[in-house]
Write a protein that binds this ligand. Structure first.
Ligand SMILES: Nc1ncnc2c1ncn2[C@@H]1O[C@H](COP(=O)(O)OP(=O)(O)O)[C@@H](O)[C@H]1O
Ligand code: SF4
Ligand SMILES: [Mg+2]
Length: 447
């Protein structure tokens, strides 16, 4: 590295997951990237390979369900990775720092300018807002600078254009405005995510030239994301090829185009339309991208690779370096390391299986404990009910015994009462018999 090219960005082992209803989407799986000052890096890969997510992770702009689960992102030596931030305070401080960097040290250009241009604000207002916030300059100074920037990106009559709304510009012009806004604070790094996808071919070339010219003039660096390897051929110094959330090959443009190693890169190259070149109809790579919900045991590209071997299906390949800048992750170049790689991955699997078993055991134990906790009140209720029933029975028994005892104790009194009642009844009968006896006696006398 010479004096002009210092290290600007160094990404190591970056991983990003999204939690979804279907499970965890492993969108970025341990990527490494290096970018020096005054360099332009192209990140190339099919749709869904993790290009945008990697850059959004760098800018701390991931969707709410996304998390940087590991890795380091060093920008000018400062750690920017959100991995491992736990407390709200840490996360707030990190976002504060990132919002300072975004738009000032790191500028962004995205595929659809209308997502980033406010349709109800004049272009001039939108251009000067960022300038005044980041450069703390007056309105007049910001306006002067915005006019100059619009001129630089090829917008004619910029003073007049500043007073117009986004809908009054064509798609290509809107993209130029976004580039002007992204370059306004002279960032050290410009990230352009599919900056030309929505534009026609002639405008695409103009926009790419504009990015290259502006970045080189400012002495800045850039990362240009695209799904088309042809787009980056002229623009970039080096290229990283992404597939299924991984970087499968990286190198200088020369190395990627002329010393291609990875079968996926070869497939991408075969599908580029080179202007003026007589070619067979374009060949596309057959098959579909990998399922990011599940990490396969072997090479991610295996199901689509024409050179796949048995080992590719079962074990992950390792990276092979071909030069200081060039490397690829493919079994074709690391066969001699197979015994140690296979043994290491077997050990890794055993450890993972043991960890999974341990997790399952703990989950089961926790569930059983929870069940016991839930059962406790039921058992207590049953015990209480039984105790209550026993008390009632006991009380009834006591009442019955007391009644019997009382009856026993009251027997003489009852007998006395019965005798008195009998005597009273006999006396009453005798009293009733008396008139009848007298009548009898009278009847005998008269006869
Ligand atoms: N918010 C999200 N929730 C779930 N999955 C997501 C989310 N954002 C991106 N992904 C997934 O991450 C993967 C990588 O996406 P992306 O980086 O946008 O791809 P590309 O290479 O086309 O830019 C894709 O499979 C995508 O579906
Ligand atoms: S590791 Fe095997 S399947 Fe993967 S790209 Fe290389 S040859 Fe193809
Ligand atoms: Mg994208």
């Amino acid at each position: 590295m010479d004096a002009l090219h210092r290290e600007l960005l160094r990404i190591r082992n970056l991983t990003v997951d999204f939690s979804t209803k279907q499970g965890t989407v492993h969108a970025v799986r341990g990527i490494n990237l290096d970018l020096n000052t005054r360099e332009i890096l192209g990140i190339v890969g099919e749709s869904g390979s993790g290009k945008s997510v990697s850059m959004l992770a760098l800018m701390n702009l991931l969707a709410a369900n996304g998390t940087v689960t590991g890795g380091s992102i060093r920008f000018e030596g400062e750690e920017l990775s959100a991995a491992g931030l736990q407390s709200k305070k840490e996360k707030k401080a990190h976002e504060k720092r990132m919002s300072e960097l975004r738009g000032k040290d790191i500028g962004m250009v995205f595929q659809d300018p209308m997502t980033y241009l406010n349709p109800v604000l004049k272009i001039g207002t939108q251009m000067t807002e960022g300038l005044r916030r980041h450069l703390k300059c007056s309105r007049a100074e910001a306006e002067q600078r915005a006019v100059r920037l619009l001129q630089q990106v090829g917008i004619s009559s910029p003073e007049k254009r500043m007073k117009q709304y986004p809908y009054e510009f064509s798609g290509g012009m809107r993209q130029r405005i976004i580039i002007a806004a992204a370059l306004a604070c002279e960032p050290k790094l410009l990230i352009a995510d599919e900056p030309t996808t929505a534009l026609d071919v002639t405008i695409q070339a103009q926009i790419l030239n504009l990015i290259e010219k502006s970045v080189k003039e400012m002495g800045a660096s850039a990362i240009v994301i695209t799904h088309d390897l042809g787009v980056v051929a002229e623009l970039c110094d080096k290229i990283a090829i992404m597939y299924g959330g991984e970087i499968v090959e990286y190198g200088t443009v020369e190395e990627i185009f002329h010393e291609t190693k990875h079968p996926y890169t070869k497939g991408l190259l075969a599908s580029i339309a080179r202007p003026g070149e007589h070619r067979e109809p374009l060949r596309y790579i057959p098959g579909t991208p990998p399922n990011l919900l599940r990490r396969s045991d072997g090479c991610t590209f295996c199901s689509r690779c024409g050179q796949a071997m048995k080992i590719c299906r079962e074990y992950r390949p390792c990276e092979t370096r071909f030069s200081e800048e060039h490397g690829a992750t493919c079994w074709l170049y690391c066969k001699e390391k197979a015994p140690e790689l296979v043994a290491a991955q077997e050990r890794e699997r055993e450890t993972k299986a043991a960890e999974a078993q341990e997790r399952e055991r703990k989950t089961k134990a926790a569930e059983a404990q929870e069940q016991r906790r839930e059962m406790k009140p039921v058992a207590a209720q049953t015990r209480e009910r039984e105790a209550r029933a026993a008390t009632v029975q006991e009380r009834e028994k006591e009442t019955r015994a007391a009644a019997a005892q009382e009856r026993e104790m009251d027997k003489p009194a009852v007998q006395e009462r019965e005798k008195a009642a009998k005597t009273a009844a006999a006396q009453e009968q005798r009293r009733e018999m008396k008139p009848a006896a007298a009548q009898n006696r009278e009847r005998q006398v008269s006869a």
